[in-house]
Ligand binder design. Sequence first.
Ligand code: F6R
Length: 249
Amino acid sequence: MTLLLVQIGRNMKKIVCETYEDVCNHAADIYVRQLKEKPETVLGLATGSTPVGLYKELVRRYKSGEIDFSNAQSFNLDEYYPIDPSHSQSYDYFMRKHLFDYINIGKFQIPNGSAEDANAECARYEAELDAAGGIDLMLLGIGVNGHIGFNEPSVSYSLETHHINLTESSIAANSRFFNSDEHQPTTALTMGIGQIFKSKKIILLITGEAKVDIAKKLFDGKIHTDIPACLLLLHPDVTVILDKAANGG
Ligand code: F6R
């Protein structure tokens, strides 16, 4: 159930839903519409806890014949580096487990965490993104530190896909996914702010109590330059969908 729709600045829409399930349903409706309007959509996809329910709902809708991905293709935002794609914590593994193994997507791409040369892999990925014409519909989550993709808070932001050192905050936040005997990568390959900004439409999902503070900052009417997600206030078409928990009740 949608509780509230607010316009933030000129271009950002904020939609508050009652529950996490409502957020996932609301977002899934956007995908159904998008793929009907443009079957050959280029999707940008995220990993992490936030989109799991959305992916489950997209699989359900695919199985019931409501959505068809056969002409679509996708690019994931990021991948740990170094990591083998078969590792249970790689984003490649995550995407297969939650989405790609169950839908009929034409083609999907994820930065290769096992590439020998990280910078060459970033350049290759950027060229693939450009060749596909950029992203039509970009899905984002947000880190508790405000990162989008793995564009970490900084004084400057790379436009293109790049190799980045993760901050202590992101390493700590993601340590929950790794067993104590597993090596957790401290660097990643991520789409840059430029490629995210070239996306025609962006959906940002913010759910759960842990995101209350960062959501407040995003909506307080200022562009905090140390919060990468605040740059989205300058994009022409961003929809932020939150649950009540992330909106502070
Ligand atoms: C992952 C990604 C990250 C996550 C963010 C939130 O592909 O791009 O920016 O969206 O770290 O993660 P969760 O959803 O686990 O809180």
